[in-house]
Ligand binder design. Structure first.
Ligand code: ARG
Length: 607
């Protein structure tokens, strides 16, 4: 985007304020208001540049739209006098309506008519583009030409899918969607725990506890069942422990040595579990470009790891095992290779990173892993760095805190399928309480499942990642308060506007609707929120936090619910005015929907 003519193609005025290479007015109209303000400041203080002032145009304080703190520019003279001088020279234009100088601050209001017109145009245009497959309103092009690999979810086959995996799944998919919205080329990758002695235990236990039938019905559940059973057996006596352990280790050794019989069994467990996972991820609106796994880490790189670390001078021998000493970096000592030569988790991570670097040449690789593994990840990144790989600086750990007490009402949740089922059941019961409404729902099964999943996701993303939280069905299932169901309800209510107002249809194209008729303060508040959404996306990219998006959605939903009375559509006699308001609600639905999709939530049209 560079020429003025292409701005016109986006329905923008030819003279839209804009800073080449800095702003994207065709994607974020607030950029233009900030530019307009910056230009005005530079007119009075020509020693400054528009680029520099632009950076200092912040969201407004004290009811203003934007505020500029003049001292940050280090101009000659007293800030109070400078702002006064500016206010006296100020002349409004179609972008900036007025300014108020308070002490060292300049508080600006932008022109309401321009704001409303441009914001609604922009949302309408960009939303309609999505139908042709392009990303929607809120996106930006900051990541164009850059590649990121995002690793998340990464459950262990034949072991439980615990809350740590759930959080990684939810936060990871958000990061994938977020980077795509910022034009990054994204590879979403699931690093399955599909290698290790657990397969030995399962293979050994299967002889005694396995059932082909059960395996076909629910492989994840059945393999876990077998794993738990055989581990219980191993706890019965010293003799049993040694026997089972030996058999399991022997099986894993065969796997490591490439024994086809063992691999055949392993592959079957892996494939069946994976197929089931893919279906469950789909239910959660989660998907991966690549299913990788610990089994896929190549022998070649695993073997190169120890010599490379030795060369870096960080390895010491300990009874045949290889240790890395990271005491110097306050990261302790840790094993790189066991005495029997088998690889371990850390080494697989190191070798795996090198391999992915060779394959993808990423600008960034993000690992979404629980804070419980902070030490492991720091050690892993450090070793890669000490080995001399420059790409180490491109590795990033996005961590998160614990979830306490995630359980079904009958017992502890150990499987993703149980959690999904429970979420549906809880919501279904909740919805049945309102009988009149319940009978109007077309497909209560899938609707309640969708709302239940929304409830879980919102609860998970509502606070800063690093915070731990208490899993609470009662709180999250409520339609009141800041919950997932409340958001879905807000979206559904917006969706119902079109159905409830056939008198306004067909709606004329957005540009032909008279948006000057939208004048109420409540409407302006909503418009300003809608306008800020592209900034919310940018901020989220910097912080890697979904909570800012969640907060935004609640602010928007609250503003909308406060507008049903003051900005009526159906009872508005002036059809022009009703249509203008309708356009605003349609845009609000688009933005709320876009924010939900960013968080991997499927917005509902009816409930
Ligand atoms: N499968 C591991 C676990 O369940 C998580 C993997 C995290 N990713 C990694 N590259 N280490 O603990």
């Amino acid at each position: 985007m560079s020429t003025e003519t292409s701005f016109a193609a986006y329905g923008l005025p030819e003279d839209v304020p804009h800073i080449p290479g800095v702003t994207e007015p065709q994607l974020c109209i607030l950029d233009s208001f900030r530019t307009a303000i910056a230009r005005k400041v530079v007119e009075v203080f020509p020693e400054l540049t528009v680029e520099k002032v632009y950076e200092g145009v912040d969201y407004g304080k004290k009811g203003a739209d934007f505020t500029v703190a003049v001292p940050r520019f280090k101009l000659k003279g007293k800030p109070d006098e400078l702002t006064k001088k500016f206010a006296e020279a100020f002349k409004p234009d179609t972008w900036v309506a007025n300014v108020e100088a308070t002490g060292p601050f300049l508080h600006f209001h932008v022109n309401t008519q321009t704001l409303t017109r441009q914001v609604l145009n922009q949302i309408d245009r960009l939303s309609n583009r999505t139908t042709s497959g392009e990303p929607e309103y809120g996106r930006n092009e900051s990541g164009k030409g850059k590649k990121v690999v995002i690793e998340y979810s990464s459950p262990n086959i034949a072991k439980e899918f615990h809350v740590g995996h759930l959080r990684s799944t939810i936060i990871g998919q958000f990061l994938v969607n977020l980077h795509r919205a910022c034009s990054w080329d994204v590879v979403s990758l699931n690093y399955l725990g599909d290698w290790g002695t657990q397969f030995g235990y399962v293979a050994c236990g299967f002889k005694k506890y396995g059932s082909e039938e059960e395996l076909a019905i629910d492989p994840i559940k059945h393999l876990l069942y077998v794993y738990v059973k055989i581990n219980a057996d191993a706890r019965e006596s010293e003799e049993a422990k040694t026997r089972i352990q030996k058999e399991a280790q022997e099986f894993f050794r065969q796997m490591e040595e490439g024994d086809e019989e063992a691999l055949k069994i392993w592959r079957r467990y892996r494939d069946l579990s994976l197929q089931k996972y893919i279906r469950e991820y789909e239910t959660l609106n989660i998907s991966f470009d690549v299913y990788w796994g610990e089994s896929k880490v190549s022998k070649e790189w695993l073997q190169k790891c120890v010599p490379l670390a030795e060369k870096a001078g960080i390895v010491e021998d300990s009874k045949g095992a290889k240790l890395v000493d990271l005491e110097k970096y306050k990261l302790g000592k840790t094993i790189l290779q066991k005495s029997d030569g088998t690889s371990i988790y850390l080494t697989r991570d190191i070798a795996g990173a090198i391999e992915r670097w060779e394959q993808y040449k990423f600008d960034k690789m993000i690992y979404v892993i629980s804070a419980q593994q902070d030490l492991h990840v720091s050690q892993f990144f450090k070793v890669v760095e000490l080995m001399g790989f420059e790409f180490a600086s491109r590795l990033e750990h996005v961590n998160y805190g614990l979830v306490m007490g995630m359980s079904t009402r009958r017992g502890t949740v150990v499987l993703l399928s149980d959690l999904i089922r429970e979420a549906s059941a809880v919501m279904h019961e909740q919805m049945k309480k309102n009988e009149a409404k319940y009978t109007t729902i077309e497909d209560p099964e899938s609707t309640s499942r969708e709302i239940g999943i929304t409830a879980i996701k919102i609860q998970d993303m509502a606070a800063k990642r690093i915070n731990s939280y208490q899993f609470n069905w009662d709180r999250m299932k409520s339609f009141e308060g800041d919950t997932g169901p409340y958001l879905q309800y807000a979206h559904v209510r917006l969706a119902s506007m079109a159905r409830k107002n056939p008198q306004l249809y067909p709606m004329p194209p957005a540009e032909e609707i008279n948006t000057d008729l939208i004048v109420e303060p409540k409407a302006r508040e909503i418009i300003m929120l809608l306008a800020s959404y592209p900034d919310v996306v940018k901020t989220a990219l910097k912080s890697r936090e979904p909570s800012g998006v969640v907060t935004f959605m609640f602010r928007l939903s609250h503003a909308i619910s406060g507008a049903w009375e003051t900005l009526p559509v159906k009872s508005e006699a002036d059809i022009e005015k009703a249509r203008a308001r309708m356009l605003m609600f349609i845009c609000a639905k688009e933005v709320l929907g876009a924010a939900m999709r960013l968080l991997s939530i499927r917005p509902l049209e009816r409930m």
